[in-house]
Design a protein around this ligand. Structure first.
Ligand SMILES: Nc1nc2c(ncn2[C@@H]2O[C@H](COP(=O)(O)OP(=O)(O)OP(=O)(O)O)[C@@H](O)[C@H]2O)c(=O)[nH]1
Ligand SMILES: [Mg+2]
Length: 437
């Protein structure tokens, strides 16, 4: 817990670490899209809790610029030292990513463990990752974070179990550490490549079967997994064991999960749950998780889930959109799903649109509307036809039956009479059999 990358480890077992959260409110060049400091600090505290530590206090400094050497002004750092002592804090958590030199300088003044937002997020991911792929991806991100800080921190990053004030290892040890990190990163990259290859095989199998894919994306805790658990109930093979883990905490889901579901017209599709986003999500982490998040790129439709009760839902929406853009998935067909409307206490729910719906996954409000929207989007490029297949074309009937849900069919004197919605390719292939009335 929070010690994987930490400088000193004063933690007494079983007792949660006590965090003093520190934020910088940059007062110059404010952008309307900037997250306001209160919301950002509230999120930082949630992250601390998610990492398994306790929050004992908060300090915000308003300042027009970042101090290169100590991030905050040195006077403020001195104040924080005294405050941290009085609170008996075991670590100071900064709301931004710090450089190695900044961490070292601040630690030298305060004499306590310094954690930045990136280490914190990486630590949560490290604790939560279950799959081999997830674990490798987090480790790669951790190594990438650590490498440029090895020298900047005077070796403290590579020190194991050393106390405050102990000098770091010599250059030779650092060189060894650096080589070790680079070697390990190379091994992980190779292993991840293999995982990606396996996934490509599965993916090409799926696209051969033309099962449409719907991906759930959005800010962490928006309710993606809860929606998946509701949607999979539509499938005849649904079992409780197929449900995924949901919890009121940040980053409950780290692994991509694919499950079968059925549209109202009974056609099968796959629904994908993905890792949630958070503002200032470390770039190394996005990079490391790109392979996992690539599932989103192969989706036919994205459900962008937003917690409608969150005071910074707009900022959360923009954050998700910018990560999607980063991934190259910003031009995908998308339905915006405002979730948790049961908590809004409204008499009349806002009007739904073609690409926007207000739901409560937990209370089952408007789930039917969501399913209809998904169906409309997935069936947009399909053609509902009435075919009459001569009896010697039974093989075509079998092909269609395998791939589509057949709305109606009947054996007649002239052949098999059926109604089905075909995609464009099959429509062109079989249009000669369209029944002429
Ligand atoms: N009141 C209310 N709570 C909801 C609703 N949907 C989900 N929740 C709760 O919100 C919390 C987070 O839900 P999850 O489904 O785990 O959220 P997620 O988007 O998968 O989160 P991550 O996996 O962390 O990215 C859980 O405590 C859910 O029970 C809803 O419609 N109404
Ligand atoms: Mg989840």
């Amino acid at each position: 817990m929070l010690n994987d990358l930490s400088v000193n480890n004063h933690k007494i077992d079983n007792e949660p670490e006590k965090a003093l959260c520190v934020g910088l409110n940059i007062t110059s060049n404010k952008n309307s899209s900037d997250v306001n400091i209160e919301d950002s600090m509230a999120e930082l505290k949630e992250l601390v809790l998610a990492a398994g530590a306790e929050v004992v206090g908060e300090v915000i400094q308003n300042r027009s610029y970042i101090e290169t050497s100590t991030y905050l002004g040195s006077g403020k750092i001195e104040e924080i030292k005294i405050y941290a002592e009085s609170l008996d804090a075991t670590m100071i958590v900064f709301n931004d990513e710090l450089s190695g030199a900044q961490i070292r300088n601040i630690e030298n003044i305060i004499g306590k463990k310094i954690i930045d937002r990136t280490i914190l997020i990486l630590d949560i991911f490290a604790q939560r990752a279950l799959s081999k792929e997830g674990k490798l991806q987090v480790e790669l991100a951790q190594l990438k974070y650590r490498l440029p800080r090895l020298y900047g921190m005077g070796g403290q990053m590579s020190r194991t179990g050393a106390g405050i004030g102990t000098r770091g290892p010599g250059e030779q040890k650092l060189e060894k550490d650096k080589r070790h990190i680079l070697n390990r990163a190379a091994v992980i990259r190779k292993e991840l490549k293999q995982v990606v290859k396996n996934r490509d095989i599965q993916r090409s199998q799926r696209s051969k079967n033309k099962i449409p894919i719907v991906a759930l994306v959005g800010y962490t805790n928006a309710g993606k997994s809860t929606i998946l658990n509701e949607i999979i109930k539509t499938h005849p093979d649904y079992e409780r064991e197929k449900e995924v883990f949901t919890k009121d905490m940040l980053f409950a889901t780290l692994d991509v999960t694919l499950r079968k579901a059925s549209l109202p017209n009974k056609k099968e599709f796959l629904i994908v749950d993905t890792v949630g986003f958070v503002s200032k999500l470390p770039h190394d982490l996005i990079d490391a998780f790109k392979a996992t998040l690539e599932e989103v790129l192969y989706a036919d439709l994205i459900l962008h889930v937003i917690d409608s009760t969150n005071s910074s839902s707009n900022i959360q929406k923009t954050t998700t959109e910018s990560v999607l853009k980063d991934l190259g998935a910003d031009d995908k067909k998308t339905i915006t799903v405002y979730n948790k409307i049961d908590k809004l206490d409204l008499d009349i729910y806002p009007k739904n649109h073609d690409d926007l719906v207000y739901i409560s996954a937990k209370k089952g409000i408007n789930m039917d509307k969501l399913m209809n929207l998904i169906q409309n989007c997935l069936m947009e490029n399909t053609y509902k036809v009435n075919l009459l297949l001569p009896f010697d074309k039974g093989n075509i009937f079998n092909l269609i039956k395998e791939k589509y849900h057949i709305d109606e069919f009947e054996y007649t004197e002239k052949g098999i009479d059926l109604v089905v919605s075909l995609d464009e390719e099959d429509y062109n292939l079989y249009k000669e059999y369209i029944k002429i009335k």
